[in-house]
Design a protein around this ligand. Structure first.
Ligand SMILES: [Zn+2]
Ligand SMILES: [Zn+2]
Length: 127
C-alpha cells in the first residue's frame, strides 16, 4: 500500500501531510528482551525528521544528516527514523526498533541505552 508519492516529499510536507502512519501491531524479535515480543505501537515513517525527538534540536540541514546510512542527531546522537521504514516499541521493555519485514529488527538505542553501550565500549551504529 502506498500513502504518498516518493517523488514529491516536499509538496506532501507543505500540504501538512502526516509525518508517520500508524500500523497494526505485530510480533517481532526483541534482542533486548531476548524473546519474541508484541509490538503494539508501530508506525511507518513518511518524511525525514526535522527535529530531534529526544533533545528537541531543530536541524539546520536535515537532508545532510540523511546522507549517512544511519542518520543521528548531531547533539545527542539519537538515531533518526528514515522515510519508508517501519518503527515500533517493544511492549515489554519499551526499546525502539526499526522493523524489517522478514528480517531482524534493528535497535534504535535511546539515551540511556547509548550511555550504557558507551560504558561497555560497544558500538550500536550500522556504519
Ligand atoms: Zn523488549
Ligand atoms: Zn538530539
Amino acid at each position: 500500500m502506498r500513502w504518498f508519492s516518493k517523488d514529491k516529499p516536499q509538496s506532501a510536507a507543505s500540504q501538512g501531510a502526516q509525518e508517520a502512519y500508524p500500523l497494526v501491531s505485530r510480533q517481532a524479535w526483541c534482542f533486548v528482551c531476548d524473546a519474541q515480543r508484541n509490538f503494539t505501537t508501530i508506525w511507518r515513517r513518511a518524511t525525514i525528521m526535522r527535529k530531534c525527538p529526544n533533545c528537541g534540536l531543530v536541524f539546520d540541514d536535515p537532508k545532510a544528516l540523511y546522507r549517512r546510512t544511519q542518520p543521528t542527531c548531531p547533539k545527542c546522537r539519537e538515531p533518526l527514523e528514515q522515510p519508508d521504514f517501519d518503527y515500533g516499541y517493544c511492549d515489554s521493555c519499551g526499546s525502539k526498533f526499526e522493523l524489517v519485514e522478514g528480517g531482524k529488527p534493528g535497535l534504535l538505542p535511546n539515551q540511556r541505552q547509548r550511555d550504557e553501550m558507551d560504558k561497555h565500549g560497544k558500538s550500536w551504529s550500522h556504519s
